[in-house]
Ligand binder design. Structure first.
Ligand code: PA5
Length: 468
């Protein structure tokens, strides 16, 4: 088709490479295939019956059109600020880092849209520094508040702060010009505010959870406004849809990835390290970390039995973390599965300068391409890990472009669904996050949570006996 492809390479988890103790034998793969194939069929059926709504996002042509139109209407803005957290921010950050240049915000010649800022925290120092700078730019700024529920404390706090700032400067009517909300189509706090204030809005599709929503307006608007080809992004996801729907286990990269993770989890390799050898891909590892952790870390299985499962996702960056983590990865406990992200063609390259006469030991670098060095470091690290019997997968990007990024997102989302089925848990909820959210409400004085506030009180008091 002429489109760049994403390739999933897993030879370096096999017993042929790692030996029987740490590698997966053909027999074990057969067993994993037999366990996975009915699950792929079930997932396909669930999806057909509308229960797995994120799977249909690549085909939302109308939504893509709507997003592109809105992006067009906001062409006047110089700064586009996303307010959101978790699944309402990580995808936006990942797309921007992957598909726009490193100096996008600082160098106008390197960008096709406004500067992009994604605020996913309530750190007063960070926020006040930003707002101080933004004050002089407010008339050229648009805020995209993203929250499915609208009651997430962090996003709500940012939103209220920004509304006050805009209203104070330009009056209430200006909210309509400077804010667009992305939220639940019908319900929730933010939807109420949108209706009351007549704000522009986009919808988080019904049945699509935060961490599975990057291919919905949640991730698409900031991408489109910053010049990313969202049609290609969705086309890449649709391409991957065909592969991850294949009921032949060995042809289905999402199933093979889930099964490898499941196999190693059951053999005490419970840490899953994603290590991109590309700065552009580094925030995809962050996005994956949330997807994997929040979806698969569960106390109960589907029958309600205590299971306390969940691989621990870790992100690292090559080559940077070779000088920080690899000592542990090679000589520490053999309890990790490594997933490298590698790029075949970086499109742009840098030629290394010549070594001076006095440092001929650096001559091997002279005039070499930077991409060759980075990819050599990836292979060298993988080789060293394999020498220590550590299992390694590589996801290969022929190029980093919207099409391959769309494929990657869809691959890992579907892999998460299949892994959830293998573990026998619900991959789509996050009950454990609730208590912390409610405790925050209590500590912030929300009256309905007063009783919980009382229970937290002993923990708020610092016990001098334990201070050193
Ligand atoms: O994946 C999830 O569901 C969460 O990470 C949510 O995205 C996050 O908690 C933010 O929720 P909301 O969009 O309701 O503000």
């Amino acid at each position: 088709m002429g489109q760049h492809q994403l390739k999933f390479y897993y030879k370096n988890v096999t017993a042929g490479v790692l030996g029987k103790e740490h590698g997966i034998t053909e027999e074990q793969f057969k067993h994993l295939a037999a366990k996975s194939e009915p699950l792929i069929k079930q997932l396909n059926a669930d999806r057909k019956s509308g229960r797995i709504r994120y799977r249909d996002l690549p085909y939302q042509d109308k939504t893509a059109e709507q997003v592109k139109n809105i992006a067009e209407q906001f062409k006047w803005c110089r700064n586009f600020v996303v307010l959101g957290i978790g699944g309402s921010a990580l995808g936006n950050i990942a797309l921007q880092t992957a598909l726009n240049p490193y100096m996008y915000n600082l160098d106008a010649s390197q960008r096709k849209g406004p500067r992009l800022f994604v605020f996913d925290n309530v750190d007063p120092q960070q926020m006040s520094s930003f707002l101080n700078w933004l004050d002089g730019e407010l008339d050229k700024t648009v805020f995209n508040v993203i929250s499915k529920s609208g009651r997430t404390a962090e996003t709500a706090a940012q939103f209220l702060t920004v509304c006050k700032m805009l209203e104070g400067k330009f009056g209430r009517e200006a909210l309509k010009k400077h804010i667009i909300a992305t939220t639940d189509p019908k319900e929730g706090t933010l939807r109420k505010i949108v209706d009351e204030f007549g704000l522009r809005s986009l919808e988080v599709p019904d049945g699509v959870g935060g961490r599975f929503s990057v291919l919905s307006p949640v991730g698409l608007l900031s991408a489109a406004i910053c010049g990313i080809d969202i049609v290609q992004l969705l086309a890449g996801a649709a391409d991957m849809d065909k592969k991850v729907s294949d009921v032949n286990f060995y042809k289905n990269p999402a199933a093979v990835n889930a099964a490898i993770n499941y196999h190693y989890y059951n053999r005490n390799k419970r840490i899953s390290v994603m290590m991109p050898y590309s700065f552009a891909l580094k925030d995809l590892a962050d996005w994956y970390r949330q997807l994997w952790a929040e979806s698969l870390g569960k106390a109960k299985d589907l029958a309600g039995k205590d299971v306390f499962v969940g691989p621990t996702p870790v992100k690292a960056l090559g080559a940077t973390d070779q000088h920080s983590q690899v000592q542990l990865y090679r000589e520490g406990p053999n309890d990790k599965l490594f997933t490298f992200l590698a790029v075949e063609d970086f499109d742009i390259d840098v030629q290394i300068g010549p070594a001076p006469e006095v440092a001929l030991e650096l001559e091997y670098l002279t005039n070499q391409k930077m991409s060759r060095l980075l990819n050599s470091e990836k292979l060298a690290t993988e080789y060293a890990l394999i020498a220590s019997q550590r299992p390694c997968i590589t996801v290969i990007f022929e190029k980093i472009c919207p099409y391959t990024i769309g494929q990657f997102i869809y691959l890992f989302e579907t892999s998460t669904s299949i892994a959830g089925m293998l573990f026998g848990i619900n991959a789509y909820d996050q009950p454990a996050v609730e208590l912390g959210k409610e405790a925050t409400f209590a500590l912030m004085g929300k009256s309905e949570y007063a009783e919980l506030g009382e229970r937290i009180k002993p923990f708020a008091k610092i016990d001098d006996q334990f201070i050193i």
